[in-house]
Design a protein around this ligand. Structure first.
Ligand code: ADP
Ligand code: MG
Length: 262
């Protein structure tokens, strides 16, 4: 089982979108996947068409992480595909404001093992995608501590490049402070407008700064993304050439993640 957290210390860059794009690719490819929504805003949960039930969310699990506590909150999302006679759905551990008890900067070291402990009881998944809040809180560090890989999301803009530097520095510092295994890091570039000179400049800058850590392909900024998201629908099942373009890119990133080349 590979655990990948999608993180950035900046809001609005596309963390939840990248989580959902990869989840859509995994569903399409038949990779058994669990989405863990750690952001108290619960956008990934909403994007998967799930209404969290009181007491059945990841915040509850993180309060008392025990064997079996994760399974009690995991639900089948509305994203599903037919598989022969069966219907196969993407699973989600829903987010809610109740996880905000860990969305703070002060924490005890042992709190950081809470998600790892909860996930140790998760069986049957090849991939776990963790959508993180935009803060360097205990919640985010809890995700990093549980992850094999941290994907940071960047936009090709000045502030986002600066935010990505901060995120990558924080991940590196976190790695140094840890006594257990070190997560690998990568940078996914989202909302790229290929016709924009500024975007091309910022892409080159990201390439200079992060070189081999930059994940390819990049994801374009296209209105169809927001249409599919607004309908809580997987991009791989949305019609049209633009949706096919984005879907193909997320499938390629997923393949790289699973074969270890991304
Ligand atoms: N590739 C894209 N093309 C167009 N809009 C996008 C794209 N990626 C994200 N967005 C939009 O940008 C906004 C912020 O994305 P979101 O995933 O919520 O960011 P974050 O989770 O980092 O706060 C959302 O309205 C989303 O639909
Ligand atoms: Mg988000």
């Amino acid at each position: 089982m590979q655990i990948v957290s999608v993180s950035s210390l900046k809001g609005g860059v596309g963390k939840s979108s990248v989580t959902l794009g990869l989840a859509s690719a995994a569903l399409q490819a038949g990779v058994p996947t669990l989405v863990v929504d750690l952001d108290p805003h619960a956008d990934a949960t909403t994007g998967l068409g799930v209404q969290p039930q009181r007491g059945h969310d990841i915040g509850e699990v993180l309060r008392r992480p025990r064997r079996g506590s994760l399974e009690r909150v995991v639900v089948a999302s509305s994203w599903a595909v037919r598989d022969g006679q069966d219907t196969r759905a993407l699973d989600v551990a829903p987010g809610s404001a109740r996880s905000s008890h860990l969305d703070r900067s002060d924490y005890r070291g042992k709190d950081l093992g809470r998600l790892e402990r909860a996930l140790s009881g998760a069986t049957g998944y090849e991939l776990v995608l963790v959508d993180c809040p935009p803060t360097l809180s205990a919640l985010t560090r809890t995700a990093w501590a549980a992850s094999d890989k941290v994907l940071s999301v960047a936009e090709p803009s000045l502030f986002s490049v600066a935010g990505t530097k901060r995120t990558m520095t924080a991940i590196a510092q976190f790695e140094q402070s840890r006594t257990w295994s070190v997560p690998a890091a990568g940078v996914v570039v989202n909302k790229v407008q290929h016709a924009s000179v500024e975007h091309r400049h910022r892409l080159a800058e990201l390439q200079d700064l992060f070189g081999p850590l930059l994940v390819t392909p990049v994801i374009p900024d296209l209105p169809v993304w927001q249409q599919a998201q607004g309908a809580a629908w997987p991009i791989h099942r949305w019609p049209g050439a633009e949706a096919r373009d984005i879907s193909g890119r997320y499938s390629a990133i997923l393949r790289g993640l699973l074969d270890g080349s991304a």
